[in-house]
Design a protein around this ligand. Structure first.
Ligand SMILES: NC(=O)c1ccc[n+]([C@@H]2O[C@H](COP(=O)([O-])OP(=O)(O)OC[C@H]3O[C@@H](n4cnc5c(N)ncnc54)[C@H](OP(=O)(O)O)[C@@H]3O)[C@@H](O)[C@H]2O)c1
Length: 243
């Protein structure tokens, strides 16, 4: 497939890396000089081009711009009616992207995470999710969403990742001040939290971690009594209101 990327920043670069080994012909915006030069140097099937050349060479075009800038940048380009557009932008609806790329068709919104570069990453998709499954599904897990309202809710809820990592990091710092090998302590906590979450649903895990008077139950009760769950719900509601 001939695939283009307009905007080759952090997330678009990760997406390129994730599919660069799959035999596609890939053109990326040379504007993001460091990222585009690195990708073109690393993969023989990736070239860095000006934006219009990226569009002209591609059947499917990914947009990895900041949503606020996309209207002006895409509006200056000429698209064809046979082209499909995948937006990586969290802040633009499919209808808004469609206006920017006409007569091409804005078919899909994809919200990936940096881990897509290596595979094994979850990602969200709305619209033509068959296209995403075909390109990324073999090595990553697509969560196909039914509406843009659902996409907004997922975008808010996925932000739990950063506070969850913050909590693991704080516990690792606490542990590191008490043990001979702080790095081993952090590795242990990452392995414990990561593998436990992957092992099954949250309700079952919480039940398994509910030994009366055990370490987990006592710390969880301390934190929920201190308002942890209420604070999280408040934060998610606030993100949703600000959308
Ligand atoms: N980061 C994530 O984990 C993530 C995940 C999912 C979705 N997203 C979405 O992906 C989009 C990009 O996010 P990001 O984190 O990758 O930001 P970013 O690294 O700032 O990428 C934006 C890129 O657009 C480039 N750009 C600016 N003007 C341009 C122009 N006229 N022509 C071509 N390229 C131009 C920038 O190049 P310069 O650096 O040269 O200005 C930059 O490389 C956002 O809409 C965001 O909502 C991000």
């Amino acid at each position: 497939m001939n695939i283009g990327f307009i905007g080759t920043g952090t997330i678009a670069s990760a997406v390129v890396e994730g599919i660069a080994g799959d035999g596609h012909v890939i053109a990326v915006s040379k504007r993001s000089a460091a990222h585009s030069a690195r990708l073109a140097g690393a993969f023989p099937n990736v070239t860095a081009q000006d934006n219009q050349t990226v569009v002209d060479q591609s059947d499917v075009i990914f947009v990895g711009l900041m949503a606020e800038a996309a209207g002006d940048i895409l509006g200056a380009l000429t698209f064809r009616a046979d082209q499909r557009i995948v937006s990586l932008m969290a802040g633009a609806s499919l209808a808004e992207v469609a206006d920017m790329v006409a007569p091409a068709t804005a078919t899909t919104i994809m919200i990936p995470f940096p881990g897509i570069a290596l595979g094994g990453s979850p990602f969200m998709g709305y619209g033509d999710t068959d296209l995403l499954e075909g390109l990324f599904g073999a090595r990553n897990t697509l969560f196909a969403l039914q509406s843009e309202a659902e996409l907004t809710a997922y975008n808010c809820a996925q932000a739990v990742l950063s506070p969850a990592v913050r909590m693991a990091n704080d516990a690792a710092d606490w542990l590191g001040a008490r043990v001979s090998d702080p790095a081993q302590g952090e590795a242990f906590l990452r392995a414990l939290v990561g593998s436990s979450l992957m092992g099954g649903d949250c309700a079952s895990l919480l039940a398994a971690l509910d030994t009366p008077g055990g370490y987990n139950q006592r710390l969880r009760n301390h934190m929920t009594d201190s308002g942890m769950s209420a604070t999280l719900a408040e934060g998610l509601n606030r993100l949703e209101r600000e959308e």
